[in-house]
Design a protein around this ligand. Structure first.
Ligand SMILES: [Mg+2]
Length: 275
């Protein structure tokens, strides 16, 4: 059931997971209500974590951008699809050491940060994200590795990205090309899949039942949150959202984060521990 506007009975909210673009800012412009809401939650010691499908930015990049909008957070409060891919390999394939990466320097860095060797020599896994310098040779190496049995992981399935002057292909478009060539489907860690939400949830250490997922897109944010078993909040500040009969509906719809009533459900000791 969808609750909208005022007179909403909010569940006890112990923690917040939130999308960035379209929720906290639009491109280079801050969403004032959102900055205000997160500042208020920070003062109330409500833990939150931002999640982004963008694998070309590091958490530090996001921290810098939010600081420019007046919100000071720690890098650990940001989980990117690059960080999630690295943590997923560590958790699910602990024996793997050699990874081939098609992606931005931030994706390579995320792999190295968890002790993985980034190499094109007999890689045991291929990780693909958005690579604006992608070549046929890079795709050949990825295809060959996957056909030889390498694990295939994609950061996010976004096919098309808006640019200042139009559109460009997203990571999902090139991941789809390698999937078509190899006839192997990748594991996708970003939204609308659940792994990135799970990584954020484990950072927060909050209960699934009292953690909300906020996003501006039903097809990605809300599906990921629902798949992870969270209550989901659609905020209608972003680009117009695509809905469909096959998509799970959000639990709450708000036009501003100001409408979300966070009543601390967290135990006093837990708050002290975080501080
Ligand atoms: Mg968004």
């Amino acid at each position: 059931m969808v609750s909208t506007g005022s007179k909403v009975n909010w569940p006890p909210i112990e923690g917040v997971i939130s999308d960035l673009d379209g929720v906290v800012y639009r491109g280079t412009t801050a969403v004032a209500d959102a900055i205000e809401a997160f500042t208020r939650w920070q003062e109330a010691d409500v833990p939150f974590c931002f999640v982004t499908n963008n694998s070309t930015h590091t958490p530090e990049d996001v921290v810098r951008k939010l600081r420019g909008f007046g919100l000071s957070i720690a890098p650990s409060e940001v989980v990117t699809s690059a960080i999630t891919a690295a943590e997923l390999i560590r958790a699910n394939y602990p024996h793997l050491t050699r990874i081939y990466v098609i992606g931005a320097p931030s994706l390579v860095m995320a792999m190295r940060d968890v002790g993985l060797e980034v190499t094109d020599r007999t890689p045991e896994a291929v990780v693909m994200g958005l690579d604006r310098d992608i070549t046929h040779e890079k795709m050949r190496i990825a295809v060959e590795a996957i056909l030889n049995g390498a694990v295939f992981i994609g950061t996010n399935p976004d096919l098309l990205l808006p640019t200042a002057s139009g559109f460009e292909p997203g990571a999902g478009a090139t991941i789809a090309a390698v999937a078509a060539a190899t006839q192997v489907q990748p594991s996708i860690v970003g939204k609308p899949q659940a792994p990135m939400i799970e990584t954020a949830l484990s950072r927060l250490g909050t209960n699934r039942g009292s953690t909300i997922m906020i996003g501006d897109q039903v097809s990605t944010d809300i599906q990921a949150g629902k798949r992870a078993g969270l209550a989901t909040v659609l905020v209608t500040t972003g680009v117009p959202t695509r809905q469909g009969p096959s998509l799970m509906a959000p639990d709450f719809i708000v036009s501003s984060l100001r409408e979300i009533e966070v009543s601390a459900a967290r135990a006093p000791q837990a708050r002290q521990r975080r501080a």
